[in-house]
Ligand binder design. Structure first.
Ligand code: 4PL
Length: 250
């Protein structure tokens, strides 16, 4: 799934949570196509290691997307180092499997704070930078669980549904600056985050429901993410691409 095209030459991008998983896969391909990629991960060791492995202009800035000061510092760094921001991929999130009976209000708040408030804070600062150049691509990573009501994830589903609806509303507001705002709804994916809590039977259950059989690797979402991050998608905004091998057929 390689491409000879260089769609991101002279483009500056922030990808949150790109130390690993889907964000890392997107960072690698965007860099391969000429993009300047800033990895914004709360796990600084992992972010730095991935940036170093990607090489070239790729760098990492430790970021807590739920902390307004950390998000402001990230954007200041990008402004100072690169002078502009073209693309943000809001990929970072917590993926907590918990039964409804076990979820406390503190658990709920923790997930909403990172998975929804974090996307708000990032979009706020990023769109302020993009507006100056009348250009921008915001790609939010939601989840196909918002279409399914997947069990053991009610706080996560609520946050991701917030991201999904917020994406449409923000697209309406930012169209006047030629900033597009779209989202991806991946299905279950073979990532570290997904293996950190025990629910391994979920992969087999989901595979049974997919139109195309197999287990999603992070790279499988990248062509759709990078299409929405590229100039080519200028006529697409407020939209959703569901990358789940036909699990939901949405
Ligand atoms: C179908 O985004 O899309 C489990 C965990 N199952 O995080 C997800 C499905 C999970 C999903 C997801």
């Amino acid at each position: 799934m390689s491409t000879n095209r260089m769609r991101f030459t002279d483009r500056v991008a922030i990808i949150t949570g790109a130390g690993r998983g889907i964000g890392e896969a997107a960072a690698r391909q965007m860099h391969a196509e000429g993009g300047t990629v800033v990895i914004a991960d709360i796990n600084n060791e992992r972010g730095e290691a991935t940036a170093k492995d990607i090489g070239g202009s790729c760098c990492s800035v430790r970021t807590d997307i739920a902390d307004p000061e950390s998000v402001a510092a990230l954007h200041n760094t990008v402004e100072q180092r690169f002078g502009k921001l073209d693309i943000v991929i809001n990929n970072a999130s917590l993926v907590p499997y918990q039964k409804w009976e076990d979820i406390t209000f503190d658990d709920w708040r923790k997930i909403l704070r990172v998975d929804l408030d974090g996307v708000f804070l990032m979009c706020k600062s990023s769109s302020d930078m993009m507006r100056k150049n009348n250009y921008g691509r915001i790609v939010n990573i939601s989840s196909n669980t918002v279409l399914l009501g997947t069990p053991n994830l009610v706080h996560y589903v609520a946050a991701k549904a917030g991201v999904y609806a917020f994406t449409r509303a923000l697209a309406t507001e930012l169209g006047q600056y030629s900033i597009t705002v779209n989202n991806i709804c991946p299905g279950i994916t073979d990532t570290d985050a997904n293996w950190e809590t025990p629910h391994h039977e979920a992969f087999d259950l989901v595979e049974g429901m997919q139109a195309i059989k197999g287990r999603a690797k992070p790279q499988y979402h990248v062509p759709s993410i990078l299409f929405l991050a590229s100039e080519e998608s200028f006529w697409v905004t407020g939209s959703t691409v569901v990358t789940d091998a036909g699990h939901t057929r949405h």
